[in-house]
Design a protein around this ligand. Structure first.
Ligand code: FAD
Length: 477
């Protein structure tokens, strides 16, 4: 996209944006807390800080409308192994970020997933314990308006007839030698299949932007973080007309998502920021998956059930293969017009952290002339072994649920972008510390799934929002 075209799109969309109160046309802005990105992470932090009376400025590269021109700012250049997926589709440059696309499927992780090295032989243990994370998960569920997926956390869950009654499912899993770490059920009851918060379309951005101490600034692209020793001094930005804008903050929090955040750090210095131990961008993980679709004549759902979909999930680790990562199985049932049911068994495979899988600085440039992200990504041996085992189980399970009529092709991405600014208790092993502060800096923080040191079996949004709220509480005290 040409620079002029990008700027025209930005200016036009700004003109029709009804609610943003711009903080003036001055070439520099200042706030106590400056947040980059208005997705779930950024808005959760802004909301909490504003409620604590803090002065917050949110800088967002997109606006109310997402346009192809704006999306090109998220283009990702293929790295040394090529790319099987167009990563510009994995995130949205828009107010509300990628929450406009997410599907609200975000169960809690099992404890063992966070104790990854000590209990599974994979990657590293998280520097935050399951006990420390748990209360924030509950708060994030409330804020995102997603219903806790495990019956122990949510007694109002619809009982799932399949998991309750299917001894075949149980014995199948047991025969395979798989260990259940969690088996639960939850319904997605909304007619749109969305039972969670979409920040822009549900008005959450408007609510937060109306808080007394918040200003949301759309069409403001953050191009570089400017450092002064250990302090992040300011952000070098381009406003909606492409003019330079300097934004200063006492505390700067990067919430640009799993690829744009490491990209911004790479573009902020010759060797990037936070790259003291060569981990910036490294350890990137996605969430490969396969769907098996089928149809059964005799329904499993009880007659008259109102829920259009009921999911069951089991997180499985094969104890015979130390180091083999987890599979999340997700069974969906939907009434068909012929009195039977459509079935789907989805498997999501955890990817292991690997230093060679990395977001790096690209050679191609965006409309403002800044390097795009380049992605080196391939499946490792542990990933392939986990996928083979998990898929075998998925196939057998799907055949128990109903004849499989249509398998989907293997997909390398589920848009769950983790690991590229990983959290570590030792600066030699990561980019941020357990408080999400970039190692070696005093006031630069990251809230994103990019801080996950392991990929996890479950999707990321609940956990990244929990971490964001924990960070905001830490900063507000
Ligand atoms: C189709 C799809 C389905 C999904 N389904 C699920 C699901 O079922 N469950 C689940 O848990 N997750 C799901 N996800 C993932 C989920 O959407 C993300 O985990 C979540 O939105 C990440 O939140 P975030 O705030 O970290 O980043 P984002 O939501 O990506 O927001 C980042 C924001 O930062 C802005 N930004 C980035 N860089 C800059 C910059 N330099 N300057 C200014 N602004 C910048 C972007 O424009 C964007 O608005 C799905 C994603 C997709 C694409």
């Amino acid at each position: 996209m040409k620079r002029r075209q990008f700027l025209q799109h930005s200016a036009l969309a700004l003109a029709i944006s009804p609610y943003i109160s711009l903080t003036g046309c001055s070439r520099s802005l200042r706030a106590d807390y400056v947040i980059v990105g208005s997705g779930p992470a950024g808005i959760a932090i802004a909301d909490r800080l504003a409620l604590a009376g803090k002065q917050v400025l949110v800088l967002e590269g997109g606006g109310r409308e997402s346009t192809p021109a704006l999306q090109t700012m998220h283009a990702v250049e293929p790295g040394q192994w090529g790319l099987q997926y167009d990563y510009s589709r994995a995130t949205l440059r828009q107010l509300g970020g990628t929450s406009a696309l997410w599907q609200s499927h975000s169960p809690r992780p099992h404890d063992i997933e966070l104790l990854s090295a000590s209990q599974r032989g994979v990657g590293e243990d998280w520097p935050i314990s399951p006990e420390q994370l748990r209360p924030w998960l509950a708060q994030a569920e409330a804020w995102l308006r997603i219903r806790p997926a495990h019956p122990a956390d949510n007694p109002t869950l619809p009982r799932n007839p399949f998991i309750d009654s299917s001894t075949a499912l149980r014995s199948l899993l047991d025969e395979q030698g798989y260990k259940h770490h969690q088996a639960a059920a939850y319904g997605m009851v909304n007619k749109d299949d969305i039972d969670a918060l979409r920040l822009l379309s549900h008005g959450e951005i408007d609510r937060v932007a109306a808080l007394r101490t918040i200003s949301v600034q759309p069409y403001t692209v953050v191009r570089r973080v400017l450092m002064d020793g250990r302090r992040a001094r300011a952000l070098e930005c381009a406003d909606q007309h492409g003019n330079a804008l300097l934004v200063e903050g006492e505390t700067i929090i990067l919430c640009g998502g799993g690829i744009q955040t490491p990209r911004l750090l790479w573009n902020s210095g010759e060797n990037g920021i936070g790259n003291h131990s060569d981990w910036l961008g490294a350890g990137f993980m996605d969430h490969p998956g396969i769907h098996l679709y089928g149809h059964r004549e005799k329904p499993l759902l009880p007659e008259g059930i109102e829920h259009s979909r009921v999911h069951v999930f089991d997180m499985l680790y094969d104890p015979r293969h130390r180091g083999v990562v987890g599979t999340l199985l997700n069974i969906g049932l939907r009434p068909a017009k012929d009195g039977g049911e459509f079935t789907v068994v989805e498997a999501l495979f955890e990817q292991a952290p690997d230093h060679g899988n990395r977001v790096v600085r690209g050679t191609a440039r965006d409309a403002l002339g800044d390097p795009l992200a380049k992605l080196d990504l391939r499946l490792g041996d542990a990933d392939k072994a986990g996928i083979t085992l998990g898929h075998q189980l998925q196939r057998q399970l799907a055949e128990q649920v109903g004849p499989v009529t249509r398998p989907s092709p293997f997909r390398v991405s589920s848009h769950h972008l983790t690991g590229a600014t990983r959290m570590a208790s030792d600066p030699a092993h990561g980019v941020v510390d357990a408080d999400l502060r970039v190692w070696g800096t005093d006031n630069l923080y990251i809230a994103s799934s990019s801080v996950f040191p392991t990929g996890l079996t479950v999707p990321p949004t609940l956990i990244l929002t929990a971490l964001a709220q924990r960070l905001a509480a830490h900063l507000a005290t």
